[in-house]
Design a protein around this ligand. Structure first.
Ligand code: TXA
Ligand code: MG
Length: 332
């Protein structure tokens, strides 16, 4: 992949001051979070947010997530009902995004004209320092060209957007590695999981004391209206991907020479330079941390096809991992 000209900045106090200034003047900065890297702009500056959509090639119908330092700060841009407060108390700061009734201060472009806004309080120390120095809520979608695999290192951001942005804050590799869990809690009687993530459905249900239904993010819901075929494709490598319930040595033997095989855990009885695994012992957190980097590496390696094995089970992180595996394999 072509390297862009964006500069990587370490988190020194003078660099943070410089990046905060870029943001306050309406510029874009690639930022680390515990989930994936984001492409940040001042969330209260409509022109700055328009630049996010342009840099990503993102359709204007797909709204952005706004990042703030605390639940109190969230109250300044959105209305939190008791169910939202309960989730905020349980999981913020952390990889949970809440869809809430928006306040008038939030520009329409951030929410794609919706009456709701998605808000998250991130846990990443360096990103929080940047938020504090900047003193503004920061809108930030994942820092990848629209439709491609989300970035989990600063180098990933530079590889995808380096020609379009000038500044990336380097906070190392993301500790979670999958995008945040998104919950719509506007109706406290019918909370809905819009995107599974590291905060598992069961954890949300325990915190709320009720079952959580499923739904779609605003972006995919609108795409569904326009073009049903595009519905699921997201986070996708360019190489064709096949998803398998289980992979075995038989599959590998029957496959082509340039196929890549990605097992959930290190397989027994099969080796080769086209054999990969998400985590040696099948640990789900390790798998989540590595998935996107591995997909990018395999995509760049010129395989004719990438075979992915589903994660066993459905609970906890398995739901989020299998969601991303299915999206990587979905055809546009
Ligand atoms: O972990 C994350 O959430 C990362 C980091 C950077 O915070 N961000 C992220 O943003 O994944 P993005 O834009 O790639 O995904 C946000 C999703 C989109 O699918 C969008 O449609 C949905 O959130 N969304 C945003 N606002 C919404 C709203 N008001 N109602 C429903 N869905 C919304
Ligand atoms: Mg994204």
């Amino acid at each position: 992949m072509r390297r862009g000209s964006a500069r990587l900045f370490r988190g020194t106090p003078s660099n943070l001051n410089l990046l905060a200034k870029v943001l306050r003047q309406g510029g874009l900065v690639g930022v680390p979070t515990e989930t994936v890297y984001g492409l940040a702009a001042d969330a209260l500056d409509a022109e700055a947010c328009a630049r996010i959509y342009r840099a990503k090639g993102r359709p204007p119908t797909d709204p952005l997530i706004v990042h703030v330092l605390s639940g109190q700060e969230a109250e300044k841009i959105a209305y939190l009902n008791p169910a939202a407060r309960r989730l905020a108390d349980a999981f913020w700061p952390g990889p949970l995004t809440l869809v809430l009734e928006k306040r008038a201060e939030v520009p329409d472009i951030v929410t794609a004209g919706l009456g709701s806004v998605a808000v998250r309080v991130p846990a990443h120390g360096l990103f929080r320092r940047l938020l504090r120095v900047t003193g503004r809520p920061l809108a930030a979608p994942s820092a990848n060209p629209f439709g491609y695999v989300s970035p989990t290192t600063a180098e990933h951001v530079r590889a995808g957007l380096g020609e379009r942005i000038g500044h990336i804050l380097d906070g190392g590799a993301c500790s979670v590695g999958l995008e945040s869990t998104i919950i719509d809690v506007r109706d406290p009687d019918r909370p809905r999981l819009l995107r599974p993530g590291a905060i598992a459905r069961e954890q949300v249900e325990t915190a709320l004391g009720r079952k959580v239904g499923s739904g779609r993010t605003a972006g995919s819901a609108r795409k569904a209206q326009r073009a049903p075929g595009m519905l699921k494709r997201h986070y996708s490598p360019r190489t064709p991907v096949t998803l398998h319930e289980r992979l075995s040595t038989k599959d590998v033997k029957a496959g082509g020479k340039r196929d890549a095989w990605v097992f959930a855990a290190r397989p027994k009885g099969v080796t080769g330079d086209n054999i990969f695994w998400l985590d040696p012992r099948g640990d789900l957190r390790g798998a989540a941390r590595r998935l996107f980097a591995l997909l990018r590496r395999l995509d760049a390696a010129g395989h004719s096809r990438i075979h992915l094995e589903k994660i066993p089970g459905r609970a906890g992180l398995a739901e989020a991992l299998n969601d991303r595996l299915a999206r990587a394999a979905a055809r546009g």
